[in-house]
Structures are given as C-alpha cells and as structure tokens.
Design a binder for this molecule. Structure first.
Ligand SMILES: [Zn+2]
Length: 221
C-alpha cells in the first residue's frame, strides 16, 4: 500500500504540473498584445502620413492658384503683384518643410510595418507551438488520470484486505510523516536513521507491525 500511495502522490504531482502548463499562456498573450500595440502605432503613423499628404496638396493648390493670378495678366496693380509673390514664397517654404516631414513619416510607417510583420510571424509561431504543446499535454493528462484511477482501485482492494486497526495506524503516520512505511537498512530506520533494536528488527522481520521508537514509522525489513 505504501508503494501505491507513493505512486499516487507522484502521479498527482505530475498531474498538477501538467495542468499548470496547460493553463500557462503568458508568452502567447504577451506576444499578442505586443502585436496589437504595434498595429495601433502603425494605424496612428499612417493617419499622420495621410494628414501630411493632404496638407501638402492643399499648399500646392494654393500656390497654383496664385501662380495663375500672377501669370494670367488679370492682376495689373504692381503692389498686389509684389504681395502675391511674397505669398507664393511663404507657401513654397511651407511646402518644403512639409515635404521633409512627410518623408520622415513615411520612413516611420515603413519601420513600424516591418516590426509588426516580425511580431505577427512570431505570434503565429508561438500559437502553433502552443497548440501542439496543448495536444501533447492533454494526452499526458489523460494517461496520468487513467494511471491514477487504476492505482486508486488497487488501493481500495488492498485496504479491504488489511486489518482496520493497522490501516488506522498507517494512515495516521502517513498524515504526519508523509511516508508511513520505511525500510530498515544496516540496522537503521530509513525514516530517521536511528538504530533499530534487535528485538524490534526480529519482530518486524517476522511480519509484526512494528513502529520505530524514534519517528513512529512502520518498519519494513
Ligand atoms: Zn525512525
């Protein structure tokens, strides 16, 4: 029974570990949120780029209109002509600044796009790995559960064969010490390493239920 209980303990431990691993999707969630935030950044940068392009078109349109006025010959007043020339100059300098900004924004969009692509691939890879792992773990979980059910059945069968008083003692020690039955090796209890008396050793060898004087564990020779 001690053997079965130890196996049950090990099985339960492994089952807990497998269940922990099954529910652990931290890496996947982290990769997903990284990707989502990069996509958001990308949308933002694209919006800025669009705005900048519209502004630029607007300025170019303004310059075109003034140029028309200047060269169509409809404006004859020299003062007004000078003013229009000045206006064109201002707009042209704005266009130049805007073009530089637009180039910067475009390269920013490209950069974020590349990053988001890498993150997307990384996320897909992690997801595939995670799904495969889930399958393996689910399989292992089923195996352990079957093993545990068999062990419990064996244990129930054994419990019916053991004298109830002895079983009580066994359960009490197991509760206290974890392992209730220990071997005697080279005359020492393997639970606490204290020397076992010869008479105890002999009785245990004969099959009596003998407990260690020091740690109370049941001695098995
Ligand atoms: Zn002992």
């Amino acid at each position: 029974m001690q053997q079965i209980d130890l196996e049950l303990q090990r099985g339960q431990q492994e089952l807990n570990e497998v269940e922990n691993q099954l529910s652990d999707d931290k890496a996947l969630v982290a990769a997903e949120s990284k990707l989502a935030s990069q996509k958001e950044q990308l949308e933002d940068a694209k919006k800025k780029q669009k705005n900048s392009e519209w502004e630029l078109e607007d300025l170019q349109e303004k310059v075109k209109r003034i140029d028309n006025k200047l060269y169509s010959g409809t404006t004859k007043d020299p003062k007004e002509l000078v003013n229009l020339e000045k206006e064109v100059k201002v707009f042209k300098s704005k266009i130049s600044t805007n073009e530089d900004a637009l180039l910067g924004l475009m390269s920013q969009v490209e950069e974020i796009e590349a990053k988001a692509k890498t993150s997307g691939e990384e996320f897909e890879r992690l997801k595939r790995e995670w799904q495969q792992r889930q399958e393996t773990l689910e399989q292992r979980k089923t195996e352990i559960e079957t093993e545990l059910a068999e062990l419990r059945e064996n244990r129930d069968g054994l419990a019916q064969q053991i004298d109830s008083e002895a079983l009580n003692i066994y359960e009490r020690i197991r509760l206290m010490r974890g392992q209730a039955v220990v071997k005697v090796e080279r005359g020492r209890c393997q639970g606490c390493h204290i020397t076992v008396s010869t008479s105890q050793w002999q009785k245990a060898k004969a099959g009596d239920l003998i407990q260690c004087n020091s740690c109370s564990r049941i001695l098995h020779v």
